[in-house]
Unconditional design. Structure first.
Length: 264
């Protein structure tokens, strides 16, 4: 008999619970375990002197909803917000910003801003770990942009429940939303016995998983450990809705234990 799969959501706590609710609202029947590998820590006072209160900044750039939450804790200013995707823009609008949304990737946001006929200066309010050098690229393109780190992403242990699942026999579905979380989960998953099925937000996230496994080579050139994943799926778009659809599709593709053994 095939065992029921478990979905392990490793996003930071608030985001993980939102994603789990979205899966359940979409009809997911499999169990979901919340096991963050990153903890969000706001950095009080980071916006001091950034120019928002005096109106010197024309707009703020958000590449995550975490940045929106950190910003509103520190400032009552609500300049125009330029957001990487729809979920981040929705969070910004809920906080009182007039928000513009790109299609979910830093490259999309870069093209949106460069093509919008706007002028700066802008501030990219971001986490300590960021990718894409967005501020530098905008600066070179003629949109003066500075960066302010307003939150940190601190690695944490996903816990004994996840360790037990990874050493079990039942399938585990792992949605991965960022290159950093992919690397952290890859470390935790090395040498596991459970059948793993990965769902990556983007090719960059999938590549981070593979790179971390490759980094496991020994100093003397030992072979890299085998990839523990049975399958890899990349979401059609880099957003939570597409991730939800991809996870559901993976779960539906796995053998149904109730169908295989209706008397169990």
């Amino acid at each position: 008999m095939s065992a029921q799969p478990t979905i392990v959501v490793t996003r930071p706590q608030d985001s993980a619970h939102r994603f789990a609710r979205a899966l359940q609202d979409a009809g997911l029947r499999a169990p979901v375990v919340i096991a963050p590998v990153l903890r969000i820590a706001h950095l009080p006072g980071a916006l001091k002197g950034a120019g928002f209160e005096g109106g010197a900044v024309r707009g703020v750039i958000f590449t995550s909803a975490h940045a929106v939450a950190a910003f509103v804790r520190q400032s009552e200013a609500r300049p125009q917000a330029w957001c990487v995707g729809h979920a981040t823009a929705a969070a910004a609008r809920a906080a009182g910003f007039h928000a513009h949304s790109a299609a979910g990737h830093a490259d999309d946001l870069f093209r949106l801003m460069v093509g919008a006929g706007i002028s700066g200066p802008f501030v990219h309010a971001r986490g300590r770990i960021a990718h894409g050098a967005l501020a530098q690229r905008l600066d070179v393109a003629g949109l003066p942009t500075t960066e302010v780190v307003i939150y940190d992403q601190i690695a944490c242990d996903p816990g004994p429940e996840v360790a037990a699942l990874l050493q079990g026999r039942a399938p585990v579905v792992l949605p991965l939303f960022s290159p950093r979380s992919a690397r952290l989960v890859a470390k935790a998953a090395a040498g596991v016995s459970a059948p793993l099925h990965l769902v990556a937000l983007s090719r960059a996230v999938a590549d981070a998983w593979a790179t971390e496994l490759g980094a496991g080579r020994g100093a003397k050139g030992d072979a890299a450990p085998p990839d523990p994943a049975r399958s890899l799926h990349i979401a059609a778009r880099p957003d939570a809705g597409a991730m939800c659809a991809a996870v559901l599709a993976v779960v539906d593709s796995l053998p149904d234990p109730e169908r295989l053994n209706p008397n169990a």
